[in-house]
Design a protein around this ligand. Sequence first.
Ligand code: ACM
Length: 266
Amino acid sequence: MKAGYLQFKPEFCDPDANIDRIKRLVKGKEFDLLVLPELANSGYLFSSFDELSKTSEELPEGKFCKALQELSIDHNGYIVSGICEKRGGKYYNSSILVSPEGKISIYRKTHLFSDEKKWFAPGDTGFSVCDIIDKGKSVKVGMMICYDWIYPESARTLALKGAQIICHPSNLVMPYCQRAMFTRAIENRVFTITANRTGKETNGGNELNFTGGSVIVDPKGNYLHSGSIEGDECIIVELDPAEALNKSITPNNKIFQDRRTDMYSL
Ligand code: ACM
């Protein structure tokens, strides 16, 4: 399977510019699964609900979602992207999986980071897996968003539900995650694709620097790619999702079968 990420700097509150940028960066690329950063339609550093109102969209009819659907059909590949979602008078920091068959799945961020708590409602979808088709075979993928990584429960829940690839749209500002994804990958024996954004945002007297360096990790903890800190890039690697079905650490240790759920309640 050809899978990878698109790393870029979303323009704040400018979904049209972001759609154009994404289209330009994926032009000519072949992929089966492509992961985009968190809040790829809107940017991140909000200072008013007015900004959220202008830049968010209802799903599935919003223009950013529609543009990703068209891109998915044009490239005959699945796309996962962070998106600023509006629903029922609330805003969600969400991720969508759009398929070339026209299906959409939505995940809403469970663990909100810092000031996100001012703007977004806590996600209410929970973690679930979706089937995508690769060379006629079903592959299970799951979504989590950025800071969800710090809770091992996020990736573990997805892996226990059968996820072979964890898609991880991100807007990382702390320096830990890219290294920590080694652990999320090996402790669950899954592929992880962390699509981070780059650049700086300033708004309402606040400033954030995003750390780029998107990473793709395999179930044995090998980094299939580590991206640049700055700069746009669309990186696609070849991976075999079946590798994530092998949960053996040694001939005597299968990571999920060996769990001692009588000893802990997590
Ligand atoms: C983050 O969750 N965007 C740090």
